[in-house]
Design a protein around this ligand. Structure first.
Ligand SMILES: NCCC[C@H](NC(=O)CCC(=O)O)C(=O)O
Length: 444
């Protein structure tokens, strides 16, 4: 059965466009090696970071998207070091005393509340656009990110921002994070396939299973099922798929390291899913117009997919209807990946065009172009309803660059994490950003 068979014809169906909300890289961006199973994070543990370069690379990415005619939004860095969390663990005194005591007690505790990990907004929430849901609203579930300690701290502040952005409750429903045992990493493990953004879609939830491998599975099946239920998806409109154990073992800690979808195009590694044939058959049955573009393992190994982040590209529809793949520059540096893309993909498949962008600072923590954005398909009325301080145009990029250049630390070395100068610089930088964008203290 396809959607066309079971749906009444939709009258005056609004046109939806995708908005990408990029996470602005926070002033505390550093390499503390906190994400077990994320090979880039482990490899770069202890290296010196450049928060300023990282944030500027992010703004340049937003400019590129605007230049392509796409709609761009942003999510803000969280309060760091996040002392309320340390206080819950019993540390007391002034903010600096709390941080110093945590550092002296166990440096990793402080590293957790300093991490700039909210930049990867593909993990902020899972989105079900309006055409997919029973009540016709766009549903949003904040991710609990409970697999990794540093990321489990994010949900509270993320929820606060998403409620500010999606404030019109006739158009949006923002749900709190699921209970921690239902590990949920948000949109990085969800894909949507539909004839177009405006049509009713098939939402694919990809979960992992822990079966004695060396790396943890970070998304539970129960989380995807709970999200589908609370968002009001139909049975035909959801599919729950197991990520392949081989992909997790190769370092694909989220599905978006091995697969990405846009409208009716699915771009994936042949070893992305546990039961590939069955998954592809169910997708083809439910979305008859789907085009599945697969990288065979003999052209692109899982190791190449993970090191180049080929599938962590943004797959987008340009205003002229063409499909473009926005790849990280690491793809151009990988001979096998670059040859396959140019010989077999561009112009030979639905992917008409490739854009190369550089987000190297984020990549070194395992976050590519797709990790840095939360995509939300919305009608123009819904776009107009969001808090416009979270929408980005060229002038906003100019303002962001100025505040980053003035306030973001140039470098952070591992030993800097315990220094009060760094904590003060991070607080001041965020305050300057909030003031620049017109936020009052009590709002965030
Ligand atoms: N979607 C990309 C997420 C990358 C993220 N990296 C990190 O948190 C690295 C943090 C550190 O090692 O400091 C993660 O693994 O969740």
């Amino acid at each position: 059965m396809t959607f066309a068979d079971c749906e009444p014809p939709q009258r005056s169906r609004p046109v939806l466009r995708e908005v990408n909300f990029d996470g602005l890289v926070g002033p505390s961006h550093n390499y503390a090696g906190l994400s077990f199973g994320n090979v880039a994070s482990a490899r770069n543990a202890g290296a010196e970071s450049s928060p300023r370069q990282a944030a500027l690379q992010g703004v340049r990415k937003m400019r590129r998207m605007l230049g392509l005619g796409l709609v761009q939004g942003l999510l803000l860095p969280h309060d760091r070091p996040f002392t309320p969390w340390l206080r819950e663990l019993g540390f007391a005194g002034s903010d600096d005393e709390v941080c110093a005591a945590a550092w002296a007690n166990e440096p990793a505790l402080l590293a957790n509340v300093v991490s700039a990990s909210p930049m990867w907004t593909a993990n902020a929430a899972t989105i079900s656009p309006a055409p997919d849901t029973r009540d016709g609203r766009c549903h949003v579930t904040v991710a609990n990110l409970s697999s990794m300690l540093h990321r489990s701290i994010e949900a509270r502040q993320t929820a606060q921002q998403l409620r500010l952005i999606f404030r019109d409750r006739s158009l949006f429903a923002v749900h709190d994070a699921l209970p921690a045992k239902l590990t949920d990493e948000g949109a990085a493990n969800a894909m949507r396939l539909a004839a177009s953004h405006s049509d009713r879609g098939l939402e694919i939830f990809v979960y992992g299973v822990d079966n004695g491998g060396k790396f943890p599975a970070r998304q539970s099946r129960l989380a995807g099922e709970a999200i589908a239920r609370r968002h009001g998806l139909s049975d035909e409109g959801q599919l729950h798929v197991q990520q392949s154990a081989a992909a997790i073992e190769a370092g694909a800690f989220h599905n978006d390291v091995v697969a990405v979808a846009n409208e009716n195009v699915l771009f994936a590694h042949a070893q992305a899913f546990e039961d590939r044939e069955r998954v592809c058959d169910s997708i083809r049955r439910r979305v008859p117009s789907v085009q599945i573009i697969e990288a065979p393992a003999d052209r692109v190994s899982l190791a190449d997919a993970v090191s180049s982040y080929l599938f962590n590209s943004q797959l987008v529809t340009l205003p002229d209807g063409q499909t473009a793949l926005i790849v990280p520059s690491e793809c151009r540096e990988n001979a096998a990946v670059w040859a396959w893309l140019n010989e077999s993909i561009v112009g030979q498949t639905a992917i008409a065009r490739i854009e190369v962008i550089e987000v190297r600072e984020s990549m070194r923590n395992g976050g590519g172009p797709a990790c840095l954005r939360l995509r939300v398909a919305m009608s123009d009325a819904a776009i107009a309803s969001v808090d416009q301080r979270f929408m980005v145009d060229e002038a906003a990029c100019d303002r962001l660059e100025r505040v980053i250049e003035t306030h973001w630390p140039d470098r952070i070395a591992a030993s800097d994490l315990g220094k009060s100068e760094l904590w003060a610089a991070c607080r001041a930088a965020r305050q300057a950003l909030l003031a620049t964008l017109g936020f009052r203290d009590e709002e965030l």
